[in-house]
Design a protein around this ligand. Sequence first.
Ligand SMILES: [Zn+2]
Length: 171
Amino acid sequence: MIAKQSIPQHLRYSFEDFLRQFPDNDACLEHMKEQRWLRGITYCETCKADKKHHRVTGRTAYACETCGWHIYPLAETILEKTTTSLRTWFYAMYLMGSTRCGISAKQIQRETSVTYKTAWRMFKQIRTLLFEDIKLEGPAEMDETCFGGRVRGLRERPEAQEQNPHCGHRT
Ligand SMILES: [Zn+2]
């Protein structure tokens, strides 16, 4: 693990950065879209072409500008069926990412005002995501890839949920 003090100030992802990057749920959804489709280029299955997609009001979907077919940035991610707001999830990810899991489910409950059951579920799922990052890239400092990144890896390696050498002992 890289000691916190060794990370130069300008490379740290601060709470201010978080607030700026994710002011609301829409910004979080947009981020998920960009993560999922590289550089935000979205493919329409119906048109069989890259198409511009517009946000569908009131839903976590974007519609093809030509045919109206919907795409769902949250599909097959840990956020797919959640009733907790995206920003709450992102904030929990920020907290866990910036402390490298050195935060408990109880603290997440306190910080985000969700129930303990919800906080615990988020904690478990985010820990798996961060663990994926650690395994793939080494113990890097918090950056924006922590937000909803690596989601598709979850299905391929469900065993990653079992043990986390960096975080497991704290729970
Ligand atoms: Zn289309």
